[in-house]
Design a binder for this molecule. Structure first.
Ligand code: FDA
Length: 308
C-alpha cells in the first residue's frame, strides 16, 4: 500500500522541500547515494572497482524544465567521463543517463535536444574507453527513449538500453533488442504505472521478467540482469548455462548500497557484477523510489526523525 503513495510523493515539490530540508535525511540518503560531488562518486568507484565490482554512474537529475538545465546535465557527464579517462577507469566504469535530465520532456525540440546531449556523452564515453546506457523512465517516455536509442546506435552501437518487465509491451521490445551487439538491462520497473499498460501484481511482474530474460538470453545481445531478487538471479544463471553463456557474456547489476554482500559473493564466484552508483545534489526522486520498493527502508527513514 505504501509503495504507490511514496511514488506519488516522489513527484511532489512540497514533499521534496520537506524531505530534502530535514537535517536527519542525509544519513539515510547516504545509504543509497554516493554523495553530492564528482569527488564523492570517484571515491565510491575506486572502492567498488578495488573489490572487483564494475560500476555504472548516474549523475542524479530528472524532469528538468529548460534547455540550459539540459546542457548542465550533459556537461556534468562530460566532466565525469573526463575524470574516468584521466584515472584510467574507463574499462570498469560506464555511465547511465536519464533522458528526462537531457531535456526529453521539453515541449519543443525535446527529443532532438536529448539526442544531441546523449550523443555528445556517447562520443566522450567512447573516447574514455567506455559505454552509455539509457535508463528507462515512466511509460510515456518509452517510445521516445527507444527512438533516441536507435539513432544513437547508428553511430554508437555499444549504447545500452533498459527494459522494464512490468510493462505489457516489453516482451516485444526485448525481441526487437535481442540482436548482435545490443546491450539490454532488464529490470522490474520502478515507476507508478496504470493497469492499462503495466502488470500491477508483483508475481505477474516476476513472471514477465522471466519471459523477457528467456528472450534476451536466447538472443544474440548482451543481457544485463538488473535485479536484487535471489530467485531471478538463480534463474538467470540457469538460463545462461542452458544457452552456453559464460560469465562475461552477460552481467548482473545491482544498485549502490543494496545487497552489497550479494554483489561481492557473485563477484567472488567469477560473475561479472556492476553496481549502479547515483551521485549529485538532486537525489530526491531516486531516493523516494528506493523507499517505495521496500517498506523496511521507510521505517528506517522515519525512525531517524525520532529523538535518540
Ligand atoms: P524486488 O523489489 O522484489 O527486491 C528483491 C530483494 O532485493 C528484496 O527482497 C530486498 O532484499 C532487495 N531490495 C530491492 N530493492 C531494495 C531497496 N530499495 N532497498 C533495500 N533492499 C532492496 N528501474 C526503472 O524503472 N528504470 C531503470 O532504468 C532502472 N535502472 C536500474 C538499474 C539497476 C542496476 C537496478 C538494479 C535497478 C534499476 N531499476 C530501474 C529499478 C528496478 O526497476 C526495481 O525497482 C528495483 O531493482 C527493485 O526490484 P528487484 O528486481 O531488485 O526486486
Amino acid at each position: 500500500m505504501l509503495g504507490p503513495v511514496l511514488l506519488v510523493a516522489s513527484r511532489s515539490d512540497a514533499m521534496r522541500k520537506l524531505v530534502a530540508g530535514a537535517p536527519v535525511t542525509r544519513p539515510v540518503v547516504d545509504r543509497f547515494v554516493a554523495g553530492e560531488t564528482l569527488a564523492d562518486a570517484l571515491t565510491a568507484v575506486r572502492s567498488l572497482t578495488g573489490d572487483g565490482i564494475e560500476v555504472t554512474l548516474d549523475h542524479l537529475g530528472e524532469d528538468i524544465t529548460s534547455a540550459a538545465e539540459a546542457r548542465a546535465t550533459r556537461d556534468a557527464y562530460l566532466r565525469l567521463l573526463e575524470a574516468l579517462a584521466r584515472e584510467g577507469l574507463g574499462t570498469r566504469a560506464e555511465v547511465s543517463v536519464k533522458l528526462s535530465a537531457f531535456g526529453q520532456a521539453l515541449p519543443t525540440g525535446g527529443d532532438d535536444l536529448a539526442y544531441e546531449g546523449a550523443r555528445r556523452v556517447a562520443e566522450a564515453a567512447r573516447a574514455a574507453g567506455t559505454t552509455v546506457t539509457l535508463d528507462m523512465e515512466d511509460h510515456t517516455t518509452v517510445d521516445s527513449t527507444l527512438g533516441i536509442l536507435a539513432r544513437l546506435r547508428e553511430e554508437y552501437p555499444e549504447t545500452g538500453a533498459v527494459l522494464q518487465s512490468y510493462l505489457f509491451r516489453t516482451e516485444d521490445d526485448a525481441r526487437a533488442l535481442a540482436t548482435e551487439g545490443s546491450r539490454v538491462r532488464l529490470v522490474k520497473g520502478a515507476y507508478r504505472e496504470p493497469a492499462t499498460v503495466a502488470h500491477q501484481d508483483r508475481a505477474e511482474v516476476d513472471r514477465a521478467y522471466v519471459r523477457c530474460l528467456k528472450i534476451l538470453m536466447a538472443g544474440r545481445g548482451y543481457p544485463m540482469i538488473g535485479s536484487h531478487d535471489p530467485r531471478l538471479i538463480r534463474i538467470a544463471q540457469e538460463l545462461a548455462a542452458r544457452h552456453g553463456r559464460k560469465p562475461g557474456d552477460y552481467e548482473f547489476q545491482m544498485l549502490y548500497g543494496i545487497r552489497a554482500d550479494e554483489q561481492r559473493r557473485l563477484t567472488g564466484q567469477g560473475h561479472r557484477v556492476r553496481a549502479y552508483i547515483p551521485y549529485g545534489a538532486d537525489w530526491y526522486g531516486y531516493f523516494m523510489r528506493r523507499l517505495a520498493e521496500r517498506p523496511a527502508n521507510l521505517t528506517f527513514f522515519l525512525r531517524s526523525f525520532l529523538p535518540s
